[in-house]
Design a binder for this molecule. Structure first.
Ligand SMILES: Cc1cc2nc3c(=O)[nH]c(=O)nc-3n(C[C@H](O)[C@H](O)[C@H](O)COP(=O)(O)OP(=O)(O)OC[C@H]3O[C@@H](n4cnc5c(N)ncnc54)[C@H](O)[C@@H]3O)c2cc1C
Length: 413
């Protein structure tokens, strides 16, 4: 009987898994023994790590979209929005219908985490999808296009809540973009203001103190004001920040919420099926399987994987490695299943290899570490682009890198 593999979500994790399975189960798919299906809510993949550039117009939307049907050759792609998962009945419910499976991979990614802050959901922009990045881009362009001496100065004030990767990458590149837009629109550059709100005053808290301080210095030098405190309320026109009991109102007509992420909301529904869920993430076993469901894997930002009690931080690097690992394990299990030997199949536990992390600070500067060594400046910026291009190479070879890649001194203009 044909084995039906269903992959939910075509981000880094889901796409790496799908492409790995296409390669490893090519013969079985061609022979009709395996059917591989990917479901995603859009018919294109995008590099989430470049959303800040799309939101600033420095990387074009057209370049950002990578259509699944152009890169997947032995996969049945279905455009649908998953609304529910029934693990006992082995059924997935979507807006367009019901999908059945023998093996399931859940890779539905992340959503912004508003942490119960009043007004955060309603009054802020987010960088979670291509569409949300385009909304932010539209806001930015309109603010400058419509600016006149009669406009409120707050129209050119931007508050970025959160000083992790998303917040820092966006704020740093926003500075260059604001200067450029001021010049184009004939506006005094000094009118543009960027506030980066950092809880505990820490910039890129996941980095060492040295790298974190260096990032702070680079941002301050660019003219970005770093506000030390936690946002306790967002309203139409700004945010309220609290630090050691003191409250401060930051007035800005554009607010980006980048203070945290959690797994996809749909995951919470799985608690009712005896699945362990924390922060909308599925707690997976050492082989990334969902407890009590040997035929179901969860990967990327919607999974919580531990190695020796250490929980891995959700990143694109982790999601990609999980996807590749899962394709290897699943291919092995399915090949054994086809031979009627599934129970004898042994798979190795997942092991994350942290190769380093780089955060861009504008187009030609960055900070981070690679293979345990701290790096900064143009070398780091080069490495950042190299990492982005490496993913393009993995999914589309050299032609994809040439078409959609980023090179050090080039934007999409
Ligand atoms: C601006 C920004 C910068 C970042 N920079 C870095 C960085 O430099 N380095 C790094 O390692 N990480 C970075 N990250 C984090 C990284 O992008 C995530 O960890 C990574 O995207 C997780 O991959 P994923 O495959 O789990 O999920 P995603 O990439 O979120 O993919 C999930 C997929 O599921 C689809 N989907 C969601 N819901 C549904 C549904 N209901 N039905 C059908 N399909 C659905 C989505 O369309 C998407 O294709 C950054 C994130 C952001 C937002």
């Amino acid at each position: 009987m044909q084995k039906n593999i269903l992959i939910l979500g075509g981000g880094y994790a889901g796409l790496a898994c799908t492409m790995g399975l296409e390669k490893r189960l090519k013969n079985e798919i061609i022979a009709g023994k395996v059917k591989l299906t990917l479901i995603n809510k859009h018919d294109y993949h995008y590099q989430t790590t470049l959303l800040h550039r799309i939101a600033l117009g420095t990387y074009s939307e057209r370049k950002g979209r990578i259509f699944y049907r152009k890169i997947l050759h032995n996969t049945n792609f279905i455009k649908d929005i998953v609304t529910d998962i029934d693990l006992n009945a082995r059924k997935i419910y979507g807006v367009n219908g019901c999908h059945e499976y023998d093996y399931l991979v859940i890779a539905l990614g992340f959503e912004p985490n508003f942490m119960g802050i009043s007004g955060a959901k309603e009054h802020t922009y987010k960088l979670a999808t291509m569409n949300s990045a385009l909304e932010l881009l539209h806001d930015l362009e309109m603010k400058f296009k419509n600016f006149s001496p009669k406009s409120s100065p707050q129209d050119l004030h931007f508050a970025v809540v959160g000083s992790g990767f998303t917040g820092v990458e966006y704020a740093a590149e926003l500075k260059d973009r604001i200067d450029e837009l001021c010049d184009i629109c004939g506006i005094d550059r000094s009118l543009g203001k960027i506030y980066l709100i950092a809880r505990g005053g820490k910039v890129l808290p996941m980095f060492s103190k040295k790298l974190s301080n260096l990032s702070r210095k680079k941002l301050t030098k660019r003219g970005i004001e770093i506000i030390n405190g936690s946002v306790i309320e967002c309203f139409d026109g700004g945010v309220i920040v609290e630090n050691e009991g003191k409250k401060e109102k930051i007035l800005a007509n554009t607010v980006l919420w980048s203070a945290g992420v959690k797994g996809n909301e749909i995951i919470n529904k799985l608690s009712a099926q005896n699945v362990s869920v924390k922060n909308s993430r599925i707690m997976v076993d050492a082989c990334l399987r969902v407890e009590n469901f040997d035929n179901v894997f969860a990967l990327g930002d919607c999974a919580m994987a531990c190695e020796q009690d250490i929980v891995h931080a959700p990143t694109a690097q982790l999601a990609t490695q999980m996807g590749e690992y899962c394709s290897k394990s699943l291919a092995k299990i399915i090949q054994a299943d086809i031979k009627g030997d599934k129970n004898a199949c042994q798979i190795k536990p997942f092991k994350f290899h942290h190769k380093g992390t780089v955060c861009s600070i504008g187009h030609t500067d960055a900070v981070g570490f690679a293979f345990g060594v701290g790096i900064a400046g143009e070398v780091a910026a080069f490495l950042k682009n190299f990492i982005e291009n490496k993913w393009l190479y993995a999914i589309g070879g050299p032609a994809m890198v040439i078409k959609k890649g980023q090179f050090r001194f080039r934007s999409s203009d």
